[in-house]
Write a protein that binds this ligand. Structure first.
Ligand code: NAP
Ligand code: GDP
Length: 301
């Protein structure tokens, strides 16, 4: 059996892999090249699935562009050099559909990544991730590697970051509904609700990565999404329903909506994995909400 190292193994995506050697930032701090090189050399993995990153929702991105840029550039550059220097056979990294150009006026395809500036709300994260795309391409070309990046849409699931300020929309709303129920208050949703997003359950993403490790022989990036959009307003209705919340819902229009749409074209993924069935959002939300209520004390928040 392959020995797979999963960096960021404590996070939303990393923790959703059924097996593999999963590391936290305490054991493996990817901002430190020498320490990381020695650590990974000792493990001697066949494959690396690189889930470590500085990650956050719209509002954390808006407030921390420099840190998002610096940390992601450093972590990505270090892990790629280490993988190449240790002659690791397989490598999967993560870009994001958040990094595509704004105002493209069509569903995103893999080749569109660098066609224009990203949305201004997350340019620090977006340009760092775009540079990883460039770096992986350059390493493949110059060093004869076959490493690749996936481009997932907005991910949610068990072990997500449920912090009220820094989280993505799904964990943020699940936590806010929990508190509104407990304190018998209205639910305040940030933004107007008109923005649309695609979501993927974290377990679907890890299954897809493991299948791609076996079946994908190319090294260009692949969009990983069901390509089904839902408005934030409809998402709120689903979370409210599943959580059995009976209070009022108020949209705070003074807060940014972020990019209005991030619709994707997943033809490439469907061609490689034609049989893959995505978890319907109602089922994924139910599992995530149940997990949050049953693990409130230990949930990241
Ligand atoms: P996450 O839940 O925030 O987890 C981030 C992981 O990175 C944690 O395990 C964390 O370890 C680790 N990490 C942070 N700083 C590190 C460092 N200096 N050295 C080593 N590890 C470090 O993020 P995620 O949602 O799982 O994201 C996984 C990947 O998917 C990222 O590349 C992200 O950009 C990408 N992605 C995520 C989404 C999304 O919606 N979440 C969407 C598209 C793409 P500790 O907990 O031990 O500090
Ligand atoms: P994005 O997909 O990178 O923009 O990240 P998010 O997961 O943070 O989604 C942002 C969208 O959800 C915006 O349209 C927000 O207005 C909306 N939203 C509504 N309530 C919340 C919330 O509590 N937290 C976050 N992060 N976004 C929210």
């Amino acid at each position: 059996m392959k020995k797979i190292l999963i960096t960021g193994g404590t996070g939303l995506v990393g923790s959703s892999f059924p097996n593999g050697i999963k590391t936290s930032s305490k054991e493996l701090d990817l901002l430190n090249y020498n320490h990381s090189y020695e650590f990974i050399k000792n493990i001697n993995p066949d494959s690396i699935i690189h889930c470590s990153a500085m990650v956050g929702g719209l509002y954390k991105n808006m407030n921390n562009p420099a840190e998002f840029f610096d940390k992601n550039i450093s972590m990505n550059s270090n892990i790629l050099k280490i993988a190449k220097n240790l002659k690791i056979k397989q490598f999967i990294g993560f870009l994001s559909t958040c990094i595509f150009p704004d105002n493209l006026n069509k569903p995103f395809e893999e080749d569109d990544l660098h066609l224009g500036p990203p949305h201004n709300s997350n340019y620090g994260y977006a340009y760092a991730k775009r540079m990883f795309d460039v770096q992986v391409k350059a390493y493949n070309e110059q060093f004869g590697l076959n490493y690749f990046n996936v481009i997932p849409t907005n991910v949610y699931g068990i072990n997500d970051n449920f912090n009220l300020e820094s989280s993505h929309v799904i964990p943020g709303l699940i936590h806010k509904v929990y508190l509104a129920k407990k304190n018998k208050t209205d639910l305040i949703v940030w933004g107007s609700g008109i923005a649309k997003r695609e979501f993927i359950f974290s377990e679907d993403l890890s299954k897809i990565c493991l299948e791609l490790l076996e079946k994908y022989n190319d090294n260009s990036p692949i969009i990983v999404s069901s390509s089904q959009e839902i408005s934030i307003k409809d998402l709120v209705d689903l979370i409210v329903d599943i959580s059995n919340f009976k209070g009022g819902v108020i949209f705070d229009k003074t807060k940014s909506d972020g990019q209005i749409t991030k619709n994707t074209n997943n033809t490439k993924l469907k061609t490689i994995l034609p049989e893959f069935q995505f978890t319907p959002i109602e089922i994924g939300l139910e599992k995530t909400i149940n997990w949050f209520y049953n693990n409130y004390e230990r949930a990241r928040k």
